[in-house]
Write a protein that binds this ligand. Structure first.
Ligand code: NAD
Length: 487
């Protein structure tokens, strides 16, 4: 597309939509067509300084705004997301390659829900009090931190962007948010809605640009009091190292390599459907996707065949068609990474049960980044395919003989984000839930979310939790006040 026809994305700084100071841009591609269609500001330290000044100036008033008033503005913002849901869903599908129906029913629906949830939560948030009988009373003050950074990835762009921004704003902080440079479009459209909703200037600032440049400058900036980050584990490590000497408060939601444990007594048909969904929703690009499927040996052959059949029925196509169930991968480099892992799986002795190749589409999508949903069998648990995060439409299947072996295989990972268990034996489900080394366990379900629950992982999957009170606590500083009784 000629430059003059490309959509130009802008930053939101101090309530205004602005071009980057340098006038430098990053090309933005539509994954389904492989065509460049927009330009993203490549922000630098000058843009960052403007955003920091705006957020600092806006902080005292926002921090002292009543919870009711903050909630009113946030509800208005959620209303605007709902009013514009079709446009936002289409924009997300174009920018990310995900099916438009998924974008509407999951991403955009959840973006509005996130904001509504924290709008309500801030009016209900209370702090603790600890009485020392006949001696003293302690009470906890919870104040906002100041200017905070929220950094999000490309897989669930507006969904995860709002998941961080909403609690940060609800607790009275002012925010500099950086969406992924790979999928900047809905954060840009959302910026406009923030202005329309009446969010005061400087309360939320949205800076676009490359992670290694602006992302890294943002986390290190001395005025940034806390960083809420979702993305890859190696980026999480880089942020930890970069901010260590400043002792910044960090919430790190990182990668996953999630086990799915299928037992012989599961509800067979339903489990096949749900396990296929958990492995391949959003083309396998959800941190919670179950990419290591362990199946009890007595049903291994039957379950694997049924899973392959289920996956082969997925309707792969143009993300903008309403009946498409499986779209494009997010970028050419990511597609190449996923295909290289499929090659690795073969070299490691894996058998491809279905998929294994890129897809040559016709028409509008002929140059898009499509890869077949792929199931691999015959690998050992320790090989790289089973240990490294692929973050694409690839899952492996392995048999196990008993609960202990299944559990040991599931826990044999440096990651610890989520797991799912499929069994009708409630005692086994309780026992394994307790023993799995993951921050989230789903039993006979997957991705069922209650926004009040703690969300996040252990080990290389991160530290800290999001959701409900955990998020409100992260974005506030507790201070204990102890008053002795005067006898
Ligand atoms: P990424 O780490 O490459 O980028 C995430 C964000 O960080 C982007 O906005 C990027 O610009 C920015 N960034 C990159 N380098 C930075 C740096 N040095 N300093 C500051 N910011 C920097 O991740 P990605 O490829 O966008 O996303 C995929 C990863 O995210 C996967 O590993 C996936 O598992 C993970 N993820 C985790 C969760 C979760 O809740 N645990 C949810 C979604 C995705």
């Amino acid at each position: 597309m000629p430059v003059e026809q490309l959509k130009t994305i802008q930053n939101l700084i101090n309530g205004q939509m602005l071009d980057s100071v340098s006038g430098q841009y990053i090309d933005n591609y539509e994954p389904a067509t492989g065509q460049r269609y927009a330009l993203t500001p490549d922000s630098n330290e000058q843009d960052l300084q403007l955003a920091v000044e705006a957020a600092k100036n806006a902080f005292p008033e926002w921090a002292n705004t009543s919870a009711e008033h903050k909630a009113k503005i946030l509800h208005r913002l959620a209303d605007l997301i709902e009013i514009n849901q079709d446009d936002l869903a289409r924009a997300e599908a174009i920018d990310n390659g995900k099916p438009v129906s998924l974008a509407k029913n999951v991403d955009i629906y959840r973006a509005a829900a996130n904001i509504r949830f924290f709008a309500n939560a801030c009016t209900q948030f209370s702090s603790e009090s600890h009485a020392m009988e006949n001696v003293a009373i302690n009470y906890t003050l919870r104040d906002p931190l100041g200017v905070v950074a929220c950094i999000s990835p490309w897989n669930l762009p507006l969904y995860l962007f709002t998941w961080k921004i909403a609690p940060a704003l609800a607790t009275g902080n002012t925010v500099i948010a950086k969406p992924s440079e790979v999928t900047p479009m809905t954060a840009y459209l959302f910026s406009d809605l923030c202005v329309e909703a009446g969010l005061p200037a400087g309360v939320l600032n949205v800076l676009h640009g490359n992670g290694v440049n602006i992302g890294s400058a943002l986390v290190k900036h001395p005025e940034i009091m806390a960083v809420s980050f979702t993305g890859g584990s190696s980026t999480g490590t880089a942020i930890k190292q970069a901010t260590a000497v400043q002792h910044k408060k960090l919430s790190l939601e990182l990668g996953g390599k999630n086990p799915t444990l299928v037992f012989a007594d599961c509800d067979f048909e339903r489990t096949v459907r749900e396990v296929a969904l958990s492995a391949f929703a959003n083309q396998g690009q959800i941190c919670l996707c179950g990419s290591r499927v362990y199946i009890e040996r007595s049903i291994y052959d039957r379950f694997t065949q049924a899973l392959v059949k289920q996956v082969e029925q997925l309707k792969i196509g143009d993300p903008l068609q309403i009946d498409t169930q499986f779209g494009a991968l997010v970028s050419k480099p990511h597609m190449d990474k996923v295909l290289s892992y499929i090659e690795l799986a073969k070299q490691e002795g894996g058998r491809i049960l279905t998929g294994g190749k890129s897809i040559k589409m016709t028409g509008r999508c002929r140059e898009g980044y499509f890869v077949q949903p792929t199931i691999v069998a015959g690998l050992n648990n320790q090989c790289r395919t089973n240990q490294e995060e692929i973050f694409g439409p690839v899952c492996t299947v392995q048999p196990f003989d008993n609960d202990d072996e299944g559990l040991a295989m599931a826990n044999d990972s440096e990651y610890g984000l989520a797991a799912s268990i499929w069994s009708q034996d409630i005692n086994r489900c309780h026992r394994l839930s307790k023993q799995l080394n993951t921050g989230i366990v789903w039993v006979n379900c997957w991705l069922l979310r209650d926004l009040r629950t703690p969300f996040g992982g252990m080990k290389a999957s991160g530290s800290g939790r999001e959701g409900g009170l955990e998020a409100l606590r992260f974005f506030s500083e507790p201070k204990n006040v102890c008053i002795q009784f005067n006898h």
